[in-house]
Design a binder for this molecule. Structure first.
Ligand code: ATP
Ligand code: MG
Ligand code: FE
Length: 339
């Protein structure tokens, strides 16, 4: 089977064709970094307009790259949320129009499920259940994944997401946008022990996260004028990694029957994060899996893949785009934090 995937929830316009043999038959990604960089972050209105301009030609392009007609696709999978609503609507409405015109099933995908299942696209041997660290620009969660659509959220952030903390640190240090890759690059030249920074929540019995205090400490360290940029970046990255491993240790203690640890989302592209998680998994006698970096940040292959996993689902053409859409609807909000 072959699924066309469309992703437009943030600032990547992406289209991909993925088959049930886990082959990415064709894909295109257009980043909007250049449009948003002058503002130091994603501007929703600019993002929606850019998606609207680029998406149709990109869909044509991907089909042409693969030499495939839309009618040859078994389903059209599009991100229906969560995300910036203008962009999500551009992608979802386009998918609806194509589905209607070609009488092809529409599958509305939760963007977070796309991230959550991406390790299974990369490696067919990753089986349920697994423990998932989902670390992206808008989310920082630990979930237990028992099957398709079966997500139990064990932890979330009470303030910033981890990717957001990287982005804010980059902004403070003048490293530009997007911040995560820039912080990682500069940190390579720095000493991770040079700057004393806090590890918020470490030691807490609940596995939740907090990164606002770390970001403020980065700001104070920078303003003190005492430290090199590279040393602050390296020390921030190490503090963040220490928080993540400590929080995961708490969460994994309640998942004795799970033998696989998986990381997904944009921050999963970070080599220091990956290395620390690999070690943590080894310490717990668990298998560790992380998708290749290009499947960690936003892409449409993961959306198409979620569509492959959901083949047979046929969503109605009046299905709504959802700015908020928690993977675990039962999860209680933590002190007002997001989904
Ligand atoms: P969400 O998936 O929560 O809706 P999003 O789609 O904007 O948010 P992703 O594209 O999954 O997020 O991830 C983007 C985030 O990942 C950004 O915050 C970015 O700084 C961060 N990121 C990307 N690469 C790296 C890296 N190498 N190191 C650290 N952070 C990174
Ligand atoms: Mg992006
Ligand atoms: Fe994402």
């Amino acid at each position: 089977a072959l699924v066309l995937g469309i992703e437009s929830s943030c600032d990547e316009t992406a289209v991909a064709l993925v088959d049930s043999e886990r082959r990415i038959v064709a894909q295109r990604i257009a980043s909007q970094d250049a449009e948003h960089a002058p503002f130091g972050g994603v501007v929703p209105e600019i993002a929606a307009r850019a998606h609207a301009e680029r998406l149709a030609p990109m869909i044509e392009g991907v089909l042409a790259d693969a030499g495939i007609a839309l009618a040859d696709c078994d389903a059209i999978a599009a991100t229906a949320g969560p995300g910036l609503i203008g962009g999500v609507m551009v992608g979802l409405v386009s998918a609806k129009a194509l589905a209607m015109a070609t009488d092809t099933p529409l599958i509305a995908i939760n963007h977070l499920e796309g991230h959550a299942l991406s390790p299974r696209l990369a490696d067919g041997s990753i089986a349920f259940p697994y423990a998932l660290l989902l670390v992206s620009g808008g989310h920082c969660q630990i979930l237990r994944v028992d099957g398709l659509g079966e997500y139990r959220r064990l932890a979330t952030t009470i303030d910033d997401a981890l990717g957001e903390a990287f982005d804010k640190t980059a902004k403070i240090l003048g490293l530009g946008f997007p911040g995560g890759p820039a912080v990682e690059r500069v940190a390579l030249e720095g000493n991770a022990k040079a700057v004393p920074l806090p590890r918020p929540m470490v030691g807490s019995g609940e596995p939740h996260f907090s990164f606002a205090g770390l970001k403020s400490a980065v700001l104070r360290a920078h303003e003190s004028g005492k430290y090199e940029i590279a040393d602050i970046a390296a020390s921030f990255q190490q503090a963040a990694v220490d928080c993540v491993t400590d929080r995961l240790r708490i969460a994994l203690a309640g998942m004795d029957d799970v033998d696989t640890l998986v990381v997904a989302g944009g921050v999963a592209a970070n080599a220091t994060v990956r290395a620390a998680l690999e070690q943590l998994a080894a310490d717990h006698g668990m298998r560790f899996a992380a998708p290749p970096p290009k499947l960690c940040t936003d892409n449409a292959a993961m959306i198409a893949w979620a569509g492959v996993e959901r083949l047979g689902q046929n969503d109605p053409l009046d299905i709504s785009a959802r700015p908020r859409w928690p993977l675990d609807p039962r999860a209680e909000l933590v002190r007002g934090a997001g989904v």
